[in-house]
Design a protein around this ligand. Structure first.
Ligand SMILES: Nc1ncnc2c1ncn2[C@@H]1O[C@H](COP(=O)(O)OP(=O)(O)OP(=O)(O)O)[C@@H](O)[C@H]1O
Ligand SMILES: [Mg+2]
Length: 320
């Protein structure tokens, strides 16, 4: 087929119209040394604290130690993939995770990267992993039960939405089974569950995910995994990533079984005269991990049954 000259011209014109290269400015630095999962980087003069830095090979780092000449960054990935002389770029973003509807039913790492085989996360929104938590004054007291489905617990020691709860016990006594049973029992009850598995074997996590899937409970669940072989910084990040995803459900809502699941956020009603901001790790439901992160955390978030503002809608069960 012969192309006429005006056809060629119009093709070129439309290609030119569609051509869009948005200019972006990024600082580029060089890795001076790497050791113990920390990289010293020279030349990132405008990096801000907690900014995500991009190493070659899709490895991210977290700028923590800002010095006059260098930046100390925690490598959130395989530190062996970073070597002296590598170039590092700033991203202009503090640590954030994708949030919203697209996360439901997915298994992700603490940076929100998919670990299942369901393709990329189609999230349109991200949320900073660290933010100011609402103060205790603006939080509503617990008034709605969470049915675990285990009659003895629901009758004798009922758990409320917005309550923290620690499941503690010896090895192999059914702590995980209790948390997973509770998630399964929330099917069709308008409760989004977030299961954060830290420091576990991936095979164990895969089994848990398979159980959730086989009971149709994955649709209302987000699974965040920082496995035993993941670097410690990623494991530290996991609880906060899970909470950020839960806060999105709480404040903006998600669709579950055709219903908008949303609980008005306490922080949106905070008046300037309220007590000063409280850092997440001091007042939030998830305790800051101590020397070693808690191996496993599961939390359930938000309720649809009540339209009243609920101050804290997370329940956390740490399972050693
Ligand atoms: N109510 C129950 N009745 C009988 N067996 C149970 C019950 N709950 C859990 N189990 C079984 O006990 C074993 C240990 O359960 P689970 O993995 O939940 O314990 P765990 O406390 O989380 O263990 P770990 O300390 O290793 O994390 C599993 O094989 C599970 O199937
Ligand atoms: Mg367990």
């Amino acid at each position: 087929m012969a192309l006429r000259s005006h056809d060629i011209t119009s093709i070129i014109k439309s290609a030119i119209d569609a051509f869009d290269v948005g200019a972006e400015t990024r600082s580029v630095g060089t890795v001076l040394e790497v050791g113990d999962g920390i990289a010293q980087i020279y030349g990132l003069g405008d990096a801000v604290a907690s900014e995500m830095l991009e190493f070659p090979g899709g490895i991210f780092g977290l700028a923590l130690n800002l010095e006059e000449e260098t930046v100390g960054a925690v490598i959130l990935g395989d530190a062996k993939g970073v070597k002296e002389g590598d170039t590092v770029k700033t991203t202009g973003r503090v640590v954030e995770v994708p949030v919203g509807q697209a996360l439901l039913g997915r298994v992700v790492d603490p940076l929100g990267r998919p670990l299942d085989d369901k393709g990329p996360i189609a999230a349109t929104k991200t949320r900073a992993v660290e933010r100011i938590a609402p103060g205790v004054i603006v939080r509503k007291s617990v008034d709605t039960p969470v049915q675990t489905g285990i009659k003895a617990i629901d009758a004798l020691i009922p758990i409320g939405r917005g309550q923290r709860e620690l499941i503690i016990g010896d090895r192999q006594t059914g702590k995980t089974a209790l948390a997973v049973d509770t998630i399964i029992n929330q099917k069709g009850k308008g409760l989004v569950c977030i299961y954060v598995a830290i420091g576990q074997k991936l095979s164990t996590v895969a089994k848990t995910v398979a159980v959730l899937e086989s009971h149709g409970a994955l649709a209302h669940t987000i699974v965040v995994v920082a496995g035993a072989e993941d670097p410690a910084p990623l494991q530290y990040l996991a609880p906060y990533a899970g909470v950020a995803m839960g806060e999105e459900v709480m404040e903006e809502g998600v669709q579950l079984d055709g219903t908008l699941i949303k609980t008005p956020c306490a922080s949106t009603t905070t008046s300037p005269s309220m007590p000063g901001p409280t850092a997440r790790w001091r007042s939030c439901c998830v305790a800051r991990p101590a020397a070693r992160p808690t191996p496993e955390t599961s939390s359930t978030s938000t309720a649809a049954s009540s339209s009243a503002p609920r101050a804290s809608t997370r329940r956390t069960a740490a399972v050693p």
